[in-house]
Design a protein around this ligand. Structure first.
Ligand SMILES: CSC[C@H]1O[C@H](OP(=O)(O)O)[C@H](O)[C@@H]1O
Length: 381
């Protein structure tokens, strides 16, 4: 893929990506993933035939992105149930695989509750397992529907906030079909703008250290024939200073009750730049990413990842040190590294939060609670 031009001609819809699916294989049921550690050079499927394999896939970011982690968590519990294993234990293992994206635990717990209700109601094991799988499929479908609605709400918001018809949008990390049951979250808004002839340019932050932007967002933008440029994270400031950014669109991994937003590390600096340069900073996330039990940003657990992800560069970021894929050490042996996977943006730096239930702006806890009250999937306590 490295030397192929993967851009799809304008107006041509690319084939849908099979990012995650349930499959009944001859050797038994499995969760089948598009292995995101191998993109963009290889489109390889990873078969997870049991929960430990799925946990490893989550920890190495073969499957990643908050909404998709929720879907994977749901199918993971259904997989345990189909294998006659302890569904509650499976939900624990899946939720503990990565701590920051609330969706992972949400999806796993939601399917586990369905399974437990069936069992408590006297259903035989196969019927309870079927109920769990049906709930995972419902979660998957609801996320796809949420993605479409967020794209519409987000595009309407851009029309309200930005003059003119050609938007120059900056995005961070990857928030497209690779994190969703549908076209994604923030990226889905940019894609809809493109499809409506309203995307002048998409600025894609490479997103060190795992390069979700360079490897995954550029891959999705090319597949969709979008006008885009890749930039190093440290170049974003000069782009704002040059007046080349009309709005920032990012996803989220957990939104606290006060509107604080946990997202890929590097999001907070973009929020500060956006504030300074009077550019809208827009968060796009389904209501399943809102966590009413987390009161504010100080209560969000930020995943700390290994030093090797910073001290080495590799063709397969996220895979544990010593794994496959060429690895080049770029720091002296024994170098320690600070490697938080996420950072926290306070609500006062967020222009708006776009969800499938609508938009809140300015961002307040009350507005968030009212938005989530419309959702069948989140209960604000
Ligand atoms: C809209 S969810 C995408 C979200 O997930 C990414 O994190 P990771 O790649 O570590 O799973 C990043 O925070 C994105 O904004």
């Amino acid at each position: 893929m490295a030397d192929q031009d993967t851009r799809t001609p304008v107006g041509i819809e690319p084939p849908a990506l099979s990012v995650l699916r349930w499959d009944e294989l001859p050797e038994g049921p499995a969760v089948v993933l598009l292995d995101q550690t191998r993109l963009p050079s290889e489109e390889v499927e990873l078969i997870c035939a049991d929960v430990p394999a799925l946990v490893r896939a989550i920890q190495t970011l073969a499957v990643r992105g908050a909404p998709l982690l929720g879907i994977a968590g749901g199918y993971g519990v259904a997989l345990a149930a189909a294998r006659g294993e302890d569904a509650a234990r499976a939900a624990d293992l899946l939720e503990q695989a990565r701590p920051t994206a609330v969706n992972l635990g949400y999806g796993a717990r939601r399917v586990e509750r369905t399974h437990r209700a069936a069992v408590d109601g006297g259903a035989p094991a196969d019927v309870a397992a079927a109920a769990a799988l049906a709930e995972a499929r419902t979660l998957h479908r609801q996320d796809a529907e949420a993605s479409g609605r967020m794209a519409q709400y987000g595009l309407e918001l851009l029309a309200e906030l930005l003059p003119g018809a050609g938007h120059r949008l900056l995005t961070h990390c990857n928030t497209g079909a690779l994190v969703s049951g549908g076209a994604g979250t923030a990226f889905a808004v940019a894609l809809e703008a493109h499809r409506r002839g309203r995307l002048h340019h998409l600025w894609v932050d490479e997103t060190r250290p795992l390069l979700q932007g360079a490897r995954l967002t550029a891959y999705e933008a090319a597949r969709n024939g979008m006008p885009y440029s890749l930039l190093t994270d440290s170049a974003a400031g000069s782009l704002f200073a040059a007046g080349e950014v009309d709005a920032v669109l990012i996803g989220a991994d957990r939104i606290a009750a006060d509107g604080s937003v946990a997202n890929k590390v590097g999001s907070y600096p973009l929020a500060v730049l956006a504030k300074y340069h009077h550019v809208p900073f827009i968060v796009v996330a389904p209501t399943t990413t809102v966590d009413p039990k987390t009161m504010d940003g100080t209560s969000i657990v930020v995943e700390q990842r290994s030093a090797s992800e910073v001290t080495e560069v590799t063709s397969r970021p996220g895979v544990a040190a010593g794994g496959e894929g060429g690895r080049t050490v770029v720091a002296p042996p024994g170098t320690q590294a600070y490697n938080p996977a996420f950072d926290i943006t306070p609500p006062e730096l967020v222009t708006a939060i776009v969800t499938e239930e609508g938009v809140i702006s300015p961002v307040t806890g009350v507005g968030l609670a009212e938005l989530c009250a419309r959702s069948s999937q989140v209960t604000i306590s």
